[in-house]
Design a protein around this ligand. Structure first.
Ligand SMILES: Cc1cc2nc3c(=O)[nH]c(=O)nc-3n(C[C@H](O)[C@H](O)[C@H](O)COP(=O)(O)O)c2cc1C
Length: 401
């Protein structure tokens, strides 16, 4: 008999009008088998593809289809359902529902409940490849991701519309796995004080120019976001980025390495875990000009001086904290990372090959090796959110040891 992981958990499963709606039946059935209470909400279009009766039979619950149907109790149904949800899943998610949620439209039972919920929302898009690649859809997905909505990446392959491409609903078992992860993760960092640093510092040369680096901050922000979602009390000290502040995270903005040093060292002693994902400049221009340096015939030289090494200082002062560093390397990844782990007195280092395709700076994916004194774990190429989740899993494991 299958272990009932999800007993006591309520999952609201929204089903929208795409060809893949029939696959949501398998998702509902698997979640039910795992012990979850599954409440299905179907859009009008979804009912063109699958009968509500199918979901009713699988979940043993009535299926909600109409916001204005005669209520079965005094409760306003979309609000009570939204509050009851431990997780809100939308499978498949049409371009339409993604657009509606991203733009605050609440014109039917599903979109209204999605707006009212405070649970994590996980969307599994499925559609024609051109719809998927449409920049409007992509920007809606991007907006939702930045707001903390989970998006299950669709697969590539043969689509129902007869073409090959990206847009096929992710495999139901993958969706179920992510749902389980979302539901079972949420409490393991409850109340843990975590400091995360992110972004690339900027070292001014004059009031207009600075020395910087390619860090986008995405990895550090993902760590802060996932830690907060798992219950941690997160302080994010960040150099300038184009990213929105993650929900539920306290954010302190800095610009230079020295400002980051001050901000981090001021609070380091209170932290239980410190994760240094920022790309901190090793050097800064020795003098910052008061006025903009004018272009003339000369070729100016910039004299550089060393910035303080924040990670090394944290390693020196470390008492009870768990200290994590990142090593972005373009050569001899493991050797350099292992040396840094030791020299800076770290508990874990995330070694990041920035020369690999779709890994490191700017992109949304990363391929890393987690190295501790005990072991070495190579992760496949994953989204930065997933890398963050795996990193936090590893820290839990090592702290328990
Ligand atoms: C046969 C057929 C298949 C469709 N498949 C999809 C699909 O896979 N993904 C999608 O976004 N829209 C698809 N649509 C379009 C949606 O049904 C349409 O945009 C609808 O308004 C969605 O409403 P809903 O989001 O409220 O369910 C399909 C339409 C038809 C007629």
């Amino acid at each position: 008999m299958q272990k009932k992981f999800l007993t006591g958990q309520c999952i609201v499963l929204g089903v929208t009008g795409g060809i893949a709606a029939y696959k949501a039946v398998e998702v509902a059935s698997s979640l039910k088998k795992l012990g979850a209470e599954v409440q299905v909400v179907m859009t009008e279009a979804a009912q063109e593809f699958v009968q509500p009766l199918t979901f009713r039979a699988v979940t043993h619950n009535p299926v909600i289809t109409d916001m204005f149907a005669e209520p079965k109790s005094w409760e306003v149904e979309h609000i009570s359902l939204a509050q009851k949800a431990d997780l809100f899943l939308i499978v498949p998610a049409t371009a339409n529902i993604i657009g509606k949620i991203a733009n605050g439209i609440a014109d039917d039972m599903l979109s209204t409940t999605a707006m009212a919920t405070q649970a994590s929302v996980l969307l599994a898009p499925a559609m024609n490849v051109n719809m998927y690649n449409n920049p409007i859809l992509q920007s809606n997905i991007d907006k939702l991701s930045k707001l903390g909505y989970g998006v299950v990446e669709p697969a590539s392959g043969y689509l129902a519309c007869g073409v090959e491409g990206k847009g096929r609903l992710a495999a139901p078992e993958k969706i179920v796995e992510l749902a389980i992860r979302e539901l079972t993760l949420s409490a393991d960092w409850q109340g843990v004080k975590v400091l995360v640093t992110a972004g690339g510092t900027q070292e001014p040369w004059d009031p207009v120019r600075y020395l910087g680096n390619h860090s986008s901050g995405k990895m550090g922000y993902a760590v802060a976001k996932v830690a907060a979602r798992r219950g941690a009390e997160v302080l994010l000290v960040t150099a300038p980025t184009a990213l929105e502040s993650p929900l539920g995270v306290e954010v302190e903005q800095v610009q230079t390495a020295r400002e980051m040093y001050e901000a981090v060292l001021a609070v380091a002693a209170e932290q239980e875990v410190i994760i240094k994902a920022a790309a901190v400049a090793d050097y800064r221009p020795q003098n910052k000009a008061e006025d903009k340096i004018k272009k003339d015939e000369s070729e100016p030289l910039i004299n550089l001086e060393r910035n303080p090494d924040i990670l090394a200082e944290l390693g020196r002062r470390k008492e009870r904290q768990f200290l994590v560093g990142f090593a972005a390397e373009s050569e001899q990844l493991l050797t350099n990372a292992q040396a840094k782990l030791k020299n800076k007195n770290l508990d874990l280092i995330v070694a990041n090959d920035i020369s690999a395709v779709d890994s490191g700076f700017k992109v949304d994916t990363n391929q890393v090796v987690l190295i501790s004194a005990q072991d070495q774990q190579e992760l496949p190429k994953l989204s930065k959110m997933e890398v963050a989740a795996r990193l936090l899993d590893k820290i839990v494991e090592l702290r328990e040891e």
